[in-house]
Design a protein around this ligand. Structure first.
Ligand SMILES: *Cc1c(COP(=O)(O)O)cnc(C)c1O
Length: 472
């Protein structure tokens, strides 16, 4: 870190950020650094798509916080202890205890990851012509609703679209619009209401307990099932503790229990706050819906006591959930992300404010104002960052969320971001300083960065396989 950064940090940030990591490193993976020329070749060969890079060619991998957490020694030892059984393993019962204890749900279905949960739930609930309102759909959620013939609708509060506005709960649903929407389309066309906590696509922004209660109240009034997309539930709970009156003295665990007490069910990717490499859950209150989820799960995921996973993975998830709701861990987690955000803000780099729970979102519209969205500024920035420093971020902009109209014209995404997702318990503050410094260098030479032309993209979730060429 340069001296300048230390001086420009506010007193508050210095104090809160100096707290050390609440763990020590017991095992390391050595990293390799390619030369700039090697990186330029590699990215060109992928068609300017970082998803197609080999992980060993990446120095710092901020592609996602999904499935990339470091496990604790207890998780690893639980994995070794786990007995592998097709049905009724101890691992399943350990997970059942954690799910009851943390979420307060008796009924749940194990799945291989979040989109497996979405596939099962929406296959059962969503019919052609239905609408699914959400504060903001994640890419797989949106794709899974569409895949069943439904229409995903984003009803997040308008402030979410203003990247410079510092609002405590930018992920909140616009409850008034939700109610108008239900009245306009009719209850029978809305099989469920979802709320994504935290709102990943909108910058990892939290939803307040007040908003959760209001949405639950509307859902209840119209008798529509209310589900969380709960991928980052504990980070959301920590934000509530930090920002919402009445919750300062409650634990993340207590806040989590209250949040889930308002929902009829949830989908969950354990690859995030299960602190595991793979796994997911569907939680439901309704007995009939639970039966249906279990039975469809048997066809497409596996028997309910393993759900597409090895038993050792259930054990790791069961312990990981317990660690995710520890206040000490969440304090560390949020400080790590806040620290990266503060380093970038100190250099006047445009990011979505305030910083989210799992990632810092760099606003490519403001970073590269001269590149039109049809030329994928966030994708261009992402590939430049790899070339500059071997850092892999991800585009969440027009490549991921843009649409094509009937005449084949591109409809750009509302937001144009490069996401720096921070894997849990993986990188040190020193490494995050390197990330910030590399982005500063890019910012200084931003006038040299050119847009990209897309040469290929599949229809749904096209960004994973898309290919690009630099525009001259
Ligand atoms: C990651 C994520 C999903 C999908 O989970 P996978 O495990 O990647 O399939 C769904 N919703 C949100 C908000 C997510 O962050």
């Amino acid at each position: 870190m340069t001296l300048k950064l230390i001086i420009t940090q506010s007193v508050r940030s210095c104090e809160t950020m100096k707290r050390p990591e609440p763990f020590k490193i017991k095992m390391v993976k050595n990293l390799k650094r390619l030369s700039r020329e090697e990186r330029e070749n590699k990215i060109e060969n992928t068609g300017y798509n970082v998803f197609k890079l080999r992980a060993e060619d990446v120095f710092i991998d901020l592609l996602t916080d999904s499935g990339t957490s470091a496990m604790s020694d207890i998780q690893v030892s639980e994995m070794i202890r786990a007995e592998q059984a097709y049905a009724g393993s101890d691992s399943y019962y350990a997970l059942k205890r954690s799910v009851q204890d943390i979420f307060g749900f008796e009924k749940f279905v194990v799945v291989h990851q979040g989109r497996g949960a979405e596939n099962i739930l929406f296959s059962i609930l969503v019919e052609k012509g239905d609408y699914v309102p959400n504060n903001m759909h994640f890419d797989t959620t949106k794709a899974n609703v569409k895949h069943k013939g439904g229409e995903p609708v984003n009803l997040v509060r308008q402030e979410a679209y203003d990247p410079e506005l510092r609002v405590d709960f930018k992920g909140n649903m616009d409850v008034k619009r939700l109610e108008e929407f239900i009245q306009e389309k009719g209850v029978e066309k809305i099989p469920l209401i979802m709320l994504t906590i935290t709102n990943n696509t909108g910058g990892g922004q939290p939803v307040s307990m007040g908003n959760i209660k209001e949405v639950a109240e509307v859902a209840d009034r119209y008798d529509i099932p209310f589900f969380f997309d709960a991928c980052r539930f504990a980070e959301n709970a920590y934000f509530i503790k930090q920002r919402e009156t009445g919750y300062e003295n409650k634990s993340v665990r207590e806040i989590t229990r209250e949040m889930f007490s308002y929902a009829d069910g949830f989908t969950f990717s354990a690859k995030k706050e299960g602190l595991v490499n793979i796994g997911g859950l569907i939680g439901v209150e309704d007995k009939k819906l639970h039966e249906k989820c279990k039975n469809l799960g048997i066809i497409i995921e596996g028997f309910p006591t393993y759900g597409g996973l090895a038993c050792r993975e259930l054990s790791a998830m069961s312990q990981g959930l317990q660690e995710a709701v520890e206040d000490q861990y969440q304090t560390y987690r949020h400080q790590q992300v806040e620290y990266l955000a503060q380093l970038l803000l100190d250099e006047n780099i445009p990011i979505i404010e305030p910083a989210g729970g799992h990632a810092v979102f760099v606003d490519a519209k403001r970073f590269l104002p001269d590149i039109p969205q049809e030329r994928f500024p966030a994708q261009a920035l992402t590939t430049e960052l790899y070339k500059e420093a071997g850092i892999r971020a991800v585009e969440l902009g027009t490549s991921a969320f843009g649409e094509t109209d009937e005449e084949g014209n591109m409809i750009p995404a509302e937001m144009e971001n490069m996401r720096l997702a921070v894997p849990r318990r993986v990188y040190t503050l020193n490494q995050l300083e390197y990330v910030a410094d590399s982005i500063r260098k890019l910012y200084e030479r931003r006038d040299d960065i050119k847009g990209l032309k897309r040469t290929y993209a599949p229809k749904l979730l096209g960004h994973f396989m898309a290919e690009f060429k630099p525009v001259k």
